[in-house]
Write a protein that binds this ligand. Structure first.
Ligand code: SF4
Ligand code: SF4
Ligand code: SF4
Length: 506
């Protein structure tokens, strides 16, 4: 998906001092000033403060955090557990990874405050089993804090889990912790009532805990509490990486002022906000505020504030096909709408890019998206239809072009383009010829190679091969470049009068 390769952990400066990314550390040492303040308050008061600040869970359902705390605190069991989820589902927003790299103490501090609020004496930090270095650093930090008696009497353990997208759902995370197949489970009972091994289990993403610490840190200093969010910036932007910004900024402000807008020479086509199952916004929709409340007021949901910018060369149909593909792979397969619905959605959109769509496919896409939204067992798949539905609202004519006119205006969808070798650029290296699966390329050493358009199946392999070479293979729509009828020596091609090509349909 666009921007994936460009995702970095570079921290981009914003409108507010770092609240979560460095707020709990002074000269590299944890201050735990928030915890010190929280320790003077009762559990009920801590919950009241979180409720008063209307803190909502990050990287999940965006539920009020105080609801979960209240439910867990109300349980009478004496073996309650706090779980820190550090698995980042959104490929464009490595929030937990960044927090663990920049301010792990802030995450631990937030978890300790939550443990005090609900009456838990044990905490787990769930960490991607592939991130051995992070786990080792966290182990060292916890050992150090334990030795200094700074863990409030709470016992911390690290648990390695596979980094699956579905783990953003609390019941799936519990399944992973218990060594069961990683699938979402039925609720109620909620994990805060009956979670890991039947114990009341309070689960939040690392960013939620970091924000808890930030809230109490500001309260301890007598400051007005300002909440911030981590925002992922990827794709066609001047600046890509992660930023921490206040929750009152519009998408336009983040796009233009923080990310610097589009790179020179590129024009925005759309922004996708909220990861691979997020909504698309065109230029005229960027004034929405980047907060859960503002999105919900507009009938959308934010999930994760990651922003991927796509320029005009992006095919929106191909883009939402990749989103649907991501959602289908992310589904754990437990429920029918999540499993079959995401598969069908992907198939219908793929058909549009492959010249196979039928007239009623748009209605089917709408019906399936709606069905997944209302019928999926858990939130993981519920928003799978958001990219295509929002894309249809903005780019209806581009979908129509693919479906009825069998054209891709950006020349991205292989089925709607022809491939040609530009005679001025071909060096006759011969690398593409043996790789063509249908032997459509003619040529020899030192000869300009030629593609037989009657044989080519538009796989694009020769384009990929030549991309790191002479970049001689090009795509064409209605207008085709002039090429020799058969291989001729490199440097001998003479263009016919009349420019690059003639209007000729394939
Ligand atoms: S919606 Fe269904 S298939 Fe998708 S993750 Fe949840 S339980 Fe699994
Ligand atoms: S099209 Fe590219 S890879 Fe093929 S012979 Fe020409 S320069 Fe080489
Ligand atoms: S696009 Fe595929 S089939 Fe066509 S010439 Fe290139 S490699 Fe051969």
């Amino acid at each position: 998906m666009k921007g994936k390769q460009k995702m970095t952990m570079q921290i981009i400066p914003t409108n507010y001092p770092q609240n979560m990314l460095s707020g709990g550390l002074v000269d590299g040492s944890p201050t735990f000033s928030a915890l010190g303040y929280a320790n003077q308050l009762s559990g009920a008061d801590l919950i009241k403060i979180v409720a008063a600040n209307r803190l909502r869970g990050r990287s999940g359902l965006a539920q009020p955090v105080s609801d979960k705390w209240q439910l867990c605190a109300a349980q009478t069991a004496d073996n309650k557990l706090v779980v820190v989820n550090t698995i980042d589902g959104d490929p464009f927003l490595p929030a937990a990874a960044t927090l663990l790299a920049k301010n792990p103490a802030g995450v631990i501090e937030g978890a300790l405050i939550a443990a005090r609020a609900v009456g838990a004496a044990e905490a787990y930090i769930c960490i991607d089993e592939a991130k051995e270095e992070t786990a080792a650093a966290l182990t060292d930090l916890l050992r150090e804090l334990q030795a200094d008696d700074r863990l409030n009497g709470c016992k911390f353990d690290l648990i390695a889990v596979p980094a699956k997208y579905v783990i953003r759902e609390d019941t799936a995370l519990i399944a992973a912790l218990e060594g069961k197949p990683i699938m979402s489970g039925l609720t109620p009972p909620m994990p805060a009532e009956k979670g890991f091994q039947g114990r009341p289990t309070l689960i939040h993403h690392a960013e939620t805990f970091a924000q808890v610490a930030a809230i109490f840190r500001q309260a301890a200093r007598g400051e007005e509490v300002v909440q911030t969010r981590l925002i992922g910036l990827a794709g066609d932007l001047q600046k890509t990486g992660i930023c921490e910004a206040t929750t009152d900024l519009s998408l336009r402000t983040v796009f233009t002022e923080i990310a610097g807008g589009m790179p020179e020479g590129k024009k925005l086509k759309f922004l996708q906000v909220g990861g691979p199952s997020g909504f698309l916004f065109a230029e005229d929709g960027l004034d929405i505020v980047l907060s859960d409340e503002a999105f919900e007021a507009g009938g959308r949901w934010l999930v994760n504030p990651s922003i991927v910018a796509c320029d005009e060369a992006t095919c929106v149909v191909d883009y939402v096909k990749q989103c649907a593909d991501f959602s289908e792979k992310a589904a754990c397969g437990k429920c029918v709408m999540g499993r079959e619905g995401t598969w069908q959605l992907r198939e219908f959109i793929s058909d549009m890019t492959a010249g196979k769509s039928k007239n009623d496919d748009l209605a089917m896409i709408e019906e399936i998206s709606q069905g997944i939204h209302t019928g999926a067992l858990c939130p993981v798949c519920r928003s799978a239809g958001a990219p295509v539905r929002s894309a249809l609202e903005i780019f209806a004519s581009e979908f129509d072009m693919h479906m009825r006119r069998r054209r891709c205006p950006t020349l991205v969808c292989n089925k709607y383009v022809t491939f040609h070798i530009l005679p001025e650029k071909c060096t006759g290296c011969g690398e593409c010829l043996p790789q063509c699966p249908v032997h459509a390329i003619a040529g020899d050493d030192g000869l300009i190679h030629v593609i037989d358009q009657d044989v080519c199946n538009y796989c694009g392999i020769c384009e990929t091969i030549c991309r790191s070479n002479a970049q001689a293979v090009v795509r064409a729509g209605l207008i085709k470049p002039q090429t020799p009828a058969e291989p001729i020596p490199v440097g001998t091609f003479k263009r016919r009068p009349g420019g690059l090509g003639g209007l000729r349909r394939r």
